[in-house]
Design a protein around this ligand. Structure first.
Ligand code: ADP
Length: 274
């Protein structure tokens, strides 16, 4: 189900979309005339009318309320919102870890909402890389072995050493997690997630446990993987400063999407401050 990343076409489309949004028909025409490879980007995910409720005792908690969202191939999206706004719930549903109470999710025209557990497991294994706030590395395995755990069962993976090189850890292959800093452990977790060449990388507060400088280094690795591998990437954060590194920022509050912003340019994570 994979295809070549449309990074170039995606960025041109973004500029067109921005020009159109600003009602600059002239600018849009000029851009269109000069852009031979204008392609409407492919929606990897189409989520429609997603709701999720939890019943806890006598209380019904609405985690998501009627959310519509597309994720396009090759883009880097930041899902920004305060704690409790439904970001993780949305990410978990997109990644096939959870199912909505109402609504539908399609991945490349495949309906995930009605897929059985077996199909969802295959979907996660073949198409999704997850990065969480806590790194979930196996303490008794080296960095290389932690990555190999995934690459051994994936079909189109890269060698663990290559994935660790991509995240700047070529000289830490045989280190155990306890011999690595928090930021390095998170980079191993990112190497593990990208090594199987997933279509999408879903990151839930990947810098939540890290100081600013270390967090920026981790975000640089995510931006690099997005650019070099063309992996569609969604990053959850409550930190507004991180939004500047994205192609698009999806703002959430109380289980709803309150706005979607297209960034004029992506700021390098090294330039972010918080
Ligand atoms: P965020 O990721 O933005 O912090 P979450 O998606 O984790 O938000 O949670 C959204 C809301 O749903 C919160 O109010 C949370 O307490 C509630 N919630 C999430 N998961 C569960 C669950 N398994 N059971 C009950 N309530 C939950």
């Amino acid at each position: 189900m994979s295809g070549p990343p449309l990074a170039g076409g995606w960025r041109i489309w973004l500029r067109l979309a921005r020009a159109a949004t600003e009602a600059c028909a002239e600018a849009a025409d000029a851009l269109a005339a000069g852009a031979e490879d204008v392609a409407v980007p492919e929606a990897l995910f189409e989520a429609r009318g997603l709701s999720k409720s939890y019943v806890v005792g006598e209380v019904v908690v609405t985690a998501l309320a009627n959310v519509d969202l597309d994720l396009f191939r090759g883009e880097l999206v930041v899902l920004l919102g305060p704690s409790g706004s439904g970001k993780s719930t949305l990410l978990n549903i997109l990644g096939g870890l959870d199912v909505p109470t109402h609504g539908s999710v399609r991945f490349l025209h495949h309906d995930l909402t009605n897929a059985g557990e077996e199909a969802l497991t295959r979907f996660r294994r073949e198409h999704v890389g997850f990065v969480f706030q806590f790194y979930n590395l196996i303490p008794s395995l080296t960095a290389r072995e932690n990555v190999a755990l995934v690459t051994e069962i994936a079909t189109r993976s890269m060698p663990p050493g290559e994935a660790l090189g991509l995240v700047g850890l070529a000289d830490r292959l045989d280190h155990f997690p306890a011999q690595l800093s928090g930021g390095e452990q998170q980079r191993v977790a990112i190497a593990r997630a990208v090594a199987k060449r997933p279509d999408v990388l879903l990151c839930d507060e990947p810098t939540g446990a890290l100081d600013c400088e270390t967090g920026k280094r981790v975000l640089e690795v995510l931006a690099r993987a997005n650019e070099e591998l063309g992996t569609t990437t969604a990053v959850i954060t409550h930190n507004a400063a991180i939004a500047a590194m994205a192609d698009r920022v999806v703002r959430m509050r109380s289980g709803t999407i309150t706005g979607v912003q297209v960034n004029e340019r992506r700021v390098s994570p090294s330039e972010l401050e918080w």
